[in-house]
Design a protein around this ligand. Structure first.
Ligand SMILES: *[C@@H]1O[C@H](CO)[C@@H](O)[C@H](O)[C@H]1NC(C)=O
Ligand SMILES: *[C@@H]1O[C@H](CO)[C@@H](O)[C@H](O)[C@H]1NC(C)=O
Ligand SMILES: *[C@@H]1O[C@H](CO)[C@@H](O)[C@H](O)[C@H]1NC(C)=O
Length: 468
């Protein structure tokens, strides 16, 4: 290799190095060199003019998305960005000396940065991210707004679920610097919302960012609380749980319209009971295992369950009354008065058509019987005295049976009729008793139907009032 080529290569190398430096924004690199290298910037030292002067660290929160609200573990997860701002006295420059350069973006780990912690984090990640790049301007103001996902513990009051309103607070503080070193203060009094922040399940009613102080170890410490008020949109639960349960409970009322003779009453009621308990399980699955309060929807489901169970019990009684006549029990007078007179009147039911007509008819027959017998006797005697003559002349006399035989026959007929009569009467009485019990069962059915409907509507109104 000749000397010439060596010299050429050296020149090229020097040119390349120089060009590399020169093309990387000379002002910025000069500024960075002046600020950090030449001035021997120490990133572990707080940027205060004196040890007993506190500096401001201003903090605010912006919400990107409400990611999750978990009722069971009582946590919420938010995607946020944190705005941290402070002034570093050591990083001032005159823009005129750097061709008008007013701000520069530099790696964040070149700087002193306060450690901000989220004291109620639920996932063990207490440290608020400190960012990768930081914007620095010529007045020494440092703007650092790294994004972060925060999962916090939030004690939820689910008493009015699904009409509940939750307040969740993120509590930030500065690690190790008390207020004599750092004044940790909010730069805005609400959380900044980005567009599309609203989730489809929760409506963010209001937000607040409040700075406060707390005492610990004879020092006061700054704390910033960012509070979200979240209102649940209940439509999902109304459509998927409440509506089916209302429909099922109203179906239960139909239990009292079902005729007692058809044997489906019990299975109908019990299948509704089972489906409501399935819904209860569904809701219990969402709820945390606390005993603080019973959520409104749970109270509603329990009421539904009790209502259906009550309807089943009532139906059992009605069925019992319906089949009561088998025990040959007659209705007591007060029962008759209550269930055959008063209640049908109150419930706009048709009063019972009695069997008495039939009975009267038979009594009439019975009354007229002796007369008939008398008449018969009379006629027979007449027949026997005067003999029976045919209307046509020349015919022989008809031989008639003797009178006694007639009387015997008649007596037998009469006894037979009496027996038949008694049997009929007994049968009628049984039939009437059976009908009475059945009618009573119908009246009870109607009574329970009205009571059930009224009770259910009242309960719905009460529940509705509680949602307000
Ligand atoms: C921080 O807030 C205080 C008081 O609200 C204010 O005086 C100061 O200029 C703010 N600092 C920054 C860097 O914004
Ligand atoms: C920067 O410019 C000012 C005048 O604008 C001058 O007094 C100062 O010496 C300059 N500093 C440097 C480092 O060049
Ligand atoms: C707080 O201050 C009191 C008196 O001012 C002192 O007795 C106590 O020891 C201090 N506690 C701590 C933790 O410094």
């Amino acid at each position: 290799m000749s000397l010439n080529t060596m010299i050429t290569a050296t020149f090229v190398l020097v040119f390349v190095i120089w060009a590399g430096v020169a093309f990387g924004s000379p002002e910025e690199s000069l500024l960075v060199q002046n600020l950090f290298t030449d001035a021997q910037y120490d990133k572990y030292i707080r940027p205060a003019p004196r040890f007993d002067v506190a500096i401001y660290v201003n903090f605010s929160l912006g919400l990107n998305v409400l990611l999750d609200v978990d009722e069971k573990s009582q946590t919420i997860t938010l995607s946020c960005h944190t705005d941290q701002e402070w002034i570093d006295m050591r990083l001032l420059w005159n823009p005129a000396n750097y061709s008008g350069l007013t701000e520069v973006v530099v790696p964040a780990d070149w700087f002193w940065r306060p450690t901000i912690i989220l004291s109620n984090a639920a996932d063990g990640d207490y440290y608020v991210p400190r960012g990768r790049e930081i914007l620095l301007d010529y007045t020494g103001r440092i703007k650092n707004n790294p994004p972060a996902i925060f999962k916090i513990a939030c004690k939820m009051d689910l008493e009015k679920f699904p009409f509940d309103v939750q307040r969740c607070t993120l509590k930030f503080s500065v690690w190790q610097y008390a207020t004599d070193k750092i004044l940790f203060s909010p730069s805005q009094d609400t959380v900044a919302m980005w567009s599309n922040t609203q989730s489809s399940e929760w409506y963010i009613d209001e937000t607040s960012v409040i700075g406060s102080l707390y005492d610990h170890n004879n020092k006061s410490w700054g704390k910033i609380s960012a509070t979200f008020t979240l209102r649940r949109m209940p439509l999902y639960y109304l459509i998927n749980i409440v509506l089916p349960c209302v429909v099922m409970a109203l179906l239960t009322v139909l239990l009292f319209l079902l005729p007692s003779d058809c044997g489906e009453k019990m299975s109908f009621g019990v299948s509704i009971l089972i489906s409501i308990s399935v819904f209860t399980l569904l809701v219990a699955d969402i709820m945390p295992a606390t005993s603080d309060s019973v959520p409104l929807i749970m109270r509603f489901l329990i009421f539904d369950l009790v209502f259906v169970a009550g309807s089943i019990v009532a139906s059992v009684f009605v069925l019992r009354v319906h089949h009561r006549s088998k025990g040959n029990l007659s209705i007591k007078p007060w029962m008759r008065k209550l269930f055959m007179v008063c209640l049908p009147y109150c419930l706009f039911m048709e009063p019972k058509t009695k069997l008495s007509k039939v009975r009267n008819c038979q009594a009439e027959i019975k009354k007229s019987l002796p007369n008939m017998e008398e008449e018969g006797k009379h006629q027979t005697s007449q027949l026997s005295v005067f003999g029976y003559e045919s209307s046509e002349p020349g015919n022989k006399k008809v031989q008639l049976p003797p009178y006694d035989a007639y009387v015997d026959q008649l007596r037998e007929m009469r006894n037979e009729m009496n027996r038949q009569n008694e049997k009929d009467q007994r049968h009628d009485k049984e039939k009437e008793m059976e009908d009475d019990w059945k009618y009573m069962a119908t009246v009870m059915d109607r009574l329970f139907l009205v009571i059930g409907l009224l009770a259910y509507i009242m309960a719905l109104i009460l529940m509705y009032n509680e949602t307000q």
